[in-house]
Design a protein around this ligand. Structure first.
Ligand SMILES: Nc1nc2c(ncn2[C@@H]2O[C@H](COP(=O)(O)OP(=O)(O)OP(=O)(O)O)[C@@H](O)[C@H]2O)c(=O)[nH]1
Ligand SMILES: [Mg+2]
Length: 300
């Protein structure tokens, strides 16, 4: 068998559906998804097998204008690094937005400056708009950049994703697979577990709070019966945030814990005892350690 492999970076504005597409391509949840912008904070690889090709999708944080905080700069930096390292780049554009959307324009501008290799366009969320609008949108976007191919997809429902995978598999360069056959992600389990809790925090907390917290898995113990005890710390920056995360009589954190535990149980296929601790650490965003473990560049 002639094997093929390709690294495919997904680039696009926050909320375009990059993580949803990676999960759809892999057929499992490897990257968290919420309706809020800036959910993904680092590069996450999701690995799919298609025909004789191993397709390594690199989910990235959304690219946005003038990131100000250190964490935001590191996130956008990680996205561009992924683009530079990839065989293919897929620019994701939310079909509900106009072709001249300034966020998509920013991504296209960055690609021009960077000499990305093979660049494709995927117009996503086609389940949300009328078919007849798509052609004009594709034409306008194609006028802005010489995309090698244009795909129309719904990452959520799966429409068009199979065509995209088939095309990538046929175009992937010949070469050995880069990961073992049964691997679906490069994210260690403790990091993925922290991400799952962060996803629930994103979904249940409001305003700036989701953006000013981080989650770490502190310990992971497997018992003889196969069950697992996972302890995680949620770092927030202020006392008021801690109170909000915990909620009245602990109701908020209890809900988050329940949801995260349930999902971890499904993922690990065993009983999980999840313990969550909320701690105030005002300056966690300026702590290099918080960046290293996520592969983010602290110096940006
Ligand atoms: N209707 C519809 N919604 C979608 C589709 N793809 C993604 N979404 C939704 O769009 C929202 C954002 O999806 P994500 O996958 O988190 O987007 P992202 O590009 O990874 O966002 P960041 O990580 O914040 O940059 C979620 O609510 C998804 O369910 C789609 O094809 N159709
Ligand atoms: Mg994402």
């Amino acid at each position: 068998m002639t094997t093929r492999s390709a690294v495919i970076a997904l680039a696009g504005p926050p909320n375009a559906g990059k993580s949803t597409l990676v999960n759809q391509a892999v057929g499992a949840k490897v990257s968290i998804v919420t309706h809020k912008v800036q959910t993904t904070r680092t590069r996450v690889r999701g690995i799919a097998l298609r025909d004789e090709a191993q397709l390594i999708f690199v989910d990235t944080p959304g690219i946005f204008v003038s990131p100000k905080r250190r964490l935001e700069r590191a996130m956008v930096g990680a996205a561009w690094n992924a683009v530079e390292d990839a065989d293919f780049v897929i620019v994701l554009h939310d079909a509900r937005k106009p072709a001249h959307d300034e966020q998509t324009a920013l991504v296209i501008q960055g690609l021009r400056e960077r000499k990305a290799r093979r660049v494709l366009l995927a117009i996503n969320k086609i389940d949300e708009i009328k078919r007849e609008k798509l052609l004009a949108l594709a034409q306008e976007l194609s006028a802005a950049f010489p995309f090698e191919r244009v795909f129309m997809i719904s990452a959520l429902k799966g429409d068009g994703v199979d065509d995209l995978l088939a095309w990538l598999a046929s175009e992937a360069p010949e070469g050995p697979w880069l990961y073992p056959e049964d691997e679906i992600s490069d994210l260690p389990q403790r990091l993925l577990a922290a991400e799952i809790t962060r996803e629930k925090l994103f979904l249940h907390l409001h305003d700036e709070l989701p953006y000013s917290l981080t989650v770490e898995t502190e310990s992971w113990e497997t018992f003889r019966d196969g069950s697992v005890k996972i302890s995680q710390t949620i770092y927030v920056q202020r006392d008021a945030h801690k109170r909000m995360a915990i909620g009245a009589k602990g109701a908020t954190i209890r809900k988050i814990r329940e949801l995260a535990q349930r999902e971890l149980e499904e993922m690990l296929e065993t009983h999980v005892h999840l313990f969550l601790f909320v701690k105030v650490r005002e300056r966690w965003v300026d702590d290099p350690e918080r960046y290293q473990q996520w592969g983010l560049d602290f110096s940006l």
